[in-house]
Design a binder for this molecule. Structure first.
Ligand code: ZN
Ligand code: ZN
Length: 588
């Protein structure tokens, strides 16, 4: 055991060492797309900059008008031309991954402005509240300095909403209603709390007076936008103004999928794969339910309907869960167990100097119940990482019970695997070893989610959960969720799936509650493609692993595969795949 561990450690340090020395082109790329590039990038998107922890342009609010779009396009084209001058084949692998990601990002932004044009049809893309709220909450600078940034920023709010009204041409009703709801909510940020904060601050009397004037004007601009949207919504409802469908349609969907997912698959192929996977999962779950039936229903006949049978077994297993008040403690106990399991089964080297701290989600960050990784942003890498678990205190007894049944005795570990170890948290620690602003800011969502979903399966394959039918059945229900998300997203946006069919898909065919299904339906009417990222990333990783297993036959090493895969940071699986296959052919 010991000897084997040492041997593997040797292989690890070999694969993690840079496989090629930095080249002259690497230096050129880093010069062209280093700090100065990001500074200009953030200058054009000062609100996003604040969200990423870059505050230099915190006092600016870009008015989203024709001029701003033209400036952004010109800049994107200059960057793309600059990128084209750097030959990827001259770059070392890590830098080549950065170059590929940056190019995809810039092309995606260009496409979004010129083809997708959600700035014309999504009125909810106009909302100034978030950045103002962040500037008030974040302690990156003394309060007075932050208030002065807010004061300057406020000046553009009326022009911002005037431009929004000019841009919105053919909105969807769903995004119009969302915009009404969210902009109403935005008014809360500009209310009496802020007035009081300004009143007791050490701003000068003149500054305070200007602040109140601008605050009043900002509120009026938001209220006017909401009223304008309400009138628009009434016209959309009556048909006086034709509404755009929330369904993206085949052409835009295929393009968005290519830019956002970058798995190497196309959208339709992924959809077909998800449909096949759903069938396979049903077969497997049916067998598991047959196995479990006599244990849990010794006196009842097995239902003839397969889905009903599976659903009944899942419902019965779901009754076994931790008591409501012990949720956080249970998660805290499971994390070291997962770490031990990963070590003892040679799945992945975990950095012992970076233990994960489990804590109750701080009150101001509590939204929906659940658990999530709270990692520092790229501009504050030394801040600690937390695993936030939201206690169920704020939920009614009924809602808490429903949550606990979902995250029952077998599901809670799967959640911890996904979010923490060896899922998101472990992946993040690896990504931070080769720090690159490009990878952390333009990280590929399908790779990140795909890894977490892959980690669940890999843990069960290693014997976690003692190979019990209960563990596999509940895991399969969870896995079915990402498969179903893919079927739903493509089904709704490309194939015109009806709401009734979508609800049936989610409840009867994926064993979700009516409430979950309603929330998911709303999500799919407001977003597109993102719901496919889990399954697409997951299947691309499984494909790559199986290919390498076949090719390397007896010498394939799972731990080495995981570590090499994670060593490229948050790059798309397609890019990682190329780099891994190339490293392999070099070493042969
Ligand atoms: Zn219960
Ligand atoms: Zn996730």
């Amino acid at each position: 055991m010991m000897r084997r561990a040492l041997l593997l450690a040797g292989i690890v340090s070999m694969t993690l060492a840079p496989s090629a020395p930095a080249t002259a082109s690497d230096a050129e790329f880093r010069r062209a797309f280093g700090d100065d590039f990001f500074d200009r990038y953030w200058e054009l998107s000062p609100g996003s900059a604040v969200a990423y922890g870059y505050y230099k342009y915190a006092d600016r609010l870009t008015v989203p008008d024709e001029q701003a779009r033209a400036t952004a396009l010109e800049q994107i084209d200059r960057w793309l031309a600059e990128l084209a001058r750097i030959d990827p084949t001259d770059l070392s692998p890590a830098v080549r991954a950065d170059r590929a990601m940056l190019e995809a990002q810039l092309r995606g932004e260009r496409w979004s402005l010129t083809e997708l044009k959600s700035w014309q049809w999504d009125p909810s893309s106009y909302n100034v509240a978030d950045t103002f709220a962040l500037l008030l909450d974040l302690d990156y600078a003394p309060l007075e300095q932050r208030l002065r940034s807010i004061l300057t920023r406020l000046d553009n709010v009326p022009a911002y909403y005037a431009a929004a009204k000019k841009n919105v041409a053919t909105p969807t009703r769903e995004h119009t209603q969302l915009a009404i709801e969210q902009n109403r909510g935005a008014l809360g940020v500009f209310g009496t709390d802020l007035e009081q904060t300004v009143g007791v601050s050490s701003l000068t009397r003149a500054e305070r007076a200007t602040f109140l004037q601008r605050l009043t004007a900002a509120r009026a601009a938001i209220e006017d936008y909401v009223a304008w949207l309400e009138a628009l919504d009434a016209r959309l409802a009556s048909g006086a103004t034709p509404a755009r469908s929330f369904r993206l349609g085949a052409e835009l969907y295929a393009q968005k999928f290519a830019f956002d997912i970058q798995s190497g698959d196309n959208a339709e192929a992924l959809y077909e794969r998800a449909v096949a996977e759903q069938k396979r999962l049903f077969q497997r779950m049916s067998l598991l339910a047959d196995l479990l039936w006599p244990k849990y229903f010794p006196n009842a006949p097995v239902p003839a309907d397969e889905l009903a049978k599976i659903g009944e077994v899942i419902a019965t297993l779901s009754l076994q869960h931790v008591p409501r008040e012990q949720l956080v403690a249970a998660v805290r106990d499971q994390i070291p167990e997962l770490e031990r399991w990963v070590r003892e089964h040679d799945l992945l080297e975990l950095d012992a100097t970076k233990p994960l701290t489990v804590r109750e989600t701080p009150p101001h960050k509590r939204g929906i119940a659940g658990a999530s990784i709270d990692a520092p942003g790229p501009y504050d890498p030394d801040a600690p990482t937390y695993y936030n678990v939201t206690p169920l205190d704020d939920l009614s007894a009924e809602r808490a019970e429903s949550w606990l049944r979902e995250y029952n005795q077998w599901m809670l570990p799967v959640l911890n695997i996904h979010e923490a170890i060896p899922g998101h948290y472990a992946q993040l620690v690896y990504a931070n070893r080769s720090p690159s602003l490009i990878k952390s800011i333009f990280g590929n969502g399908a790779m990140i989610e795909g890894w977490a979903v892959y980690a669940e399966r890999m843990m069960l394959e290693s014997g976690y959960g003692e190979d019990k039918a209960e563990a596999w059945l509940i895991y399969s229900k969870w896995n079915l969720r990402s498969v179903t998300n893919t079927i739903l997203d493509y089904g709704v946006h490309v194939r015109g799936m009806s709401e009734a069919d979508a609800i049936d898909l989610l409840t009867r065919q994926a064993f979700q509650t009516e409430q979950e299904a309603r929330e998911k339906w709303r999500r799919v009417t407001l977003t597109s493609v993102q719901l496919t990222s889990y399954f697409s990333g997951y299947s691309a990783i499984v494909d790559l692993r199986e290919q390498l297993k076949r090719e390397q036959a007896g010498t394939f090493d799972l731990k080495r595969f995981h570590e090499q895969f994670l060593s490229y940071g948050n790059a798309p699986v397609r890019v990682i795949r190329e780099l891994m296959l190339e490293t392999k052919s070099q070493s042969n």
